[in-house]
Design a protein around this ligand. Sequence first.
Ligand code: CTP
Length: 142
Amino acid sequence: MKNRIVITYGTFDMFHIGHLRLLQRLARLGDRLIVAVSTDEFNALKNKKTLIPYDQRAEIVANIACVDQVVPEQSWEQKQHDIERYQVDVFAMGNDWQGAFDFLKPYCEVVYLPRTQDVSTTELKQSLNQFLTEHGVQGLLP
Ligand code: CTP
């Protein structure tokens, strides 16, 4: 029988416990987990600045035990193409994206999983900025 392929998309900057738990839960939805990591160029299009460059974010995600393959996320339009190319059965994201990708339902299952509470890259950056300010350094992080 064909392997059940799961795919997800994200930036995964300053890799944290919410990222790890999401990937672990995604991996349990199938036999093989593909993670599309947003490139720096694609993030620039979204006005999103990362602290960690693409190559390093991709290398970290690729070395998480439950991840089988990392591919670059370079555009909004590639998802439909990826589903076909990688024979994806399940497209899955955290529920901050609830409903946003329902247009992919004709092509595969679309699943939104609950986020881990109280952790995000945005909050980590805010904590770091606060730490730097408290130590007399102006907040320098994007
Ligand atoms: N995610 C999660 N739990 C968290 C944070 C993120 O499940 N606490 C999930 C998101 O829902 C997404 C994936 O991890 O499916 C990648 O999210 P990303 O946007 O890279 O991480 P965030 O921490 O949400 O980053 P930001 O604060 O910049 O939005």
